[in-house]
Design a protein. Structure first.
Length: 313
């Protein structure tokens, strides 16, 4: 999926080998790449995107599951999260297959692409599992949810091996349960949104939950002196331009945290925080102040998980 992963298992149950753990992880990663990757031209997702048909296309249970979860967040966020935004992401020079010298797309091009973007244009069927496009040019990008789904599935495989102490990280999506090698709860650092620098801004404690962060401080580019974020607002067709620099969401489902961090990042500091509070999501918002300072807001659910800023374990 164009990223890296790490799994930490401090101790193995009796009778479970390192090879079994590695095999369980590899199986999940192979399955997710096979069905959901936008970085593999042979994946099921890539084949669906390449199809020009507008009738039902049989799909794997995994692909349909990812779309079901994505569409739920799309509806709840008013379209701020939208897996059909792929053509706009590519046009702005991001994601798999984007041109390295991409400039700013012309307004006419943005409008042309917006005509084939919209989560309502992607239909799904559970039995038998299938997907359907309402427009042949519709494309699906699962980069905003597939990493979280992969983490959740790895956790399920570890639990099946009676492993209840672990930390999983894939592309920045994190899930933890139990205790670290030091015998303490896992404490996960949230980075300060500073380009070119890695230091902790906040720490949360995770046990049977996951965290996902979306921000504009790592994946961005500049064009004619303009900072262009990789987060594209599906409703406008343009990169987000508000003051919000980072959103972290903690959720029992990393799949949900992955999608919601993107949705709240698109919605911005006021609308996003209001929705997170209404839905009782555990979310941290950091925005840039007028003098370059950080302005922080969070929901009550996030405050309950926060710990003092000491070394993460």
């Amino acid at each position: 999926m164009g990223t890296t992963w790490e799994v930490v298992v401090p101790r193995l149950p009796r009778g479970v080998t390192r090879g079994q753990v590695q095999g369980a992880i590899d199986t999940v990663l192979d399955e997710v790449n096979q069905h959901l990757s936008g970085w593999d031209a042979t994946s099921e997702l890539a084949r669906f995107n390449a199809a020009e048909a507008t009738d039902w296309i049989p799909a794997s249970a995994m692909l349909v599951e990812a779309v079901v979860q994505a569409q739920g967040v799309s509806r709840a966020s008013g379209g701020a999260f939208d897996v059909t935004v792929a053509p706009l992401v590519r046009a702005w020079g991001f994601g798999a297959g984007a041109g390295v010298d991409a400039g700013v797309p012309a307004p006419a091009e943005i409008e042309r692409l917006r005509a084939v973007v919209g989560y309502g244009k992607l239909q799904l069927r559970l039995q038998p599992p299938a997907l359907r496009k309402s427009a042949p040019a519709l494309r699906v990008d699962l980069d905003g949810i597939a990493p979280g789904l992969a983490v959740d599935r790895i956790a399920t495989r570890l639990e099946a091996l009676a492993i209840h102490d672990y930390l999983i990280e894939l592309g920045g999506e994190v899930r933890a349960r139990g205790r670290s090698s030091a015998g303490r709860p896992w404490r996960i650092a949230i980075e300060a949104p500073v380009p070119g620098e890695r230091r902790a801004y906040a720490v949360v404690e995770l046990d049977g939950a996951g965290a996902s962060t979306s921000g504009d401080y790592r994946d961005f580019r500049e064009s004619d002196g303009r900072r262009i974020s990789h987060t594209i607002d599906p409703r406008t067709g343009a990169p987000v331009a508000h003051r919000l620099a980072l959103v972290t969401v903690v959720h029992e489902s990393v799949t949900a945290a992955d999608a919601w961090s993107t949705a709240l990042m698109v919605l911005g500091p006021e609308e996003g925080l209001a929705l997170a509070r209404r839905l009782e999501l555990a979310a941290l918002f950091i925005e840039r102040g007028p003098a370059g300072e950080w302005i922080e807001s969070s929901t009550p659910a996030f405050a309950r998980l926060r710990r003092p800023l000491t070394r993460a374990l």
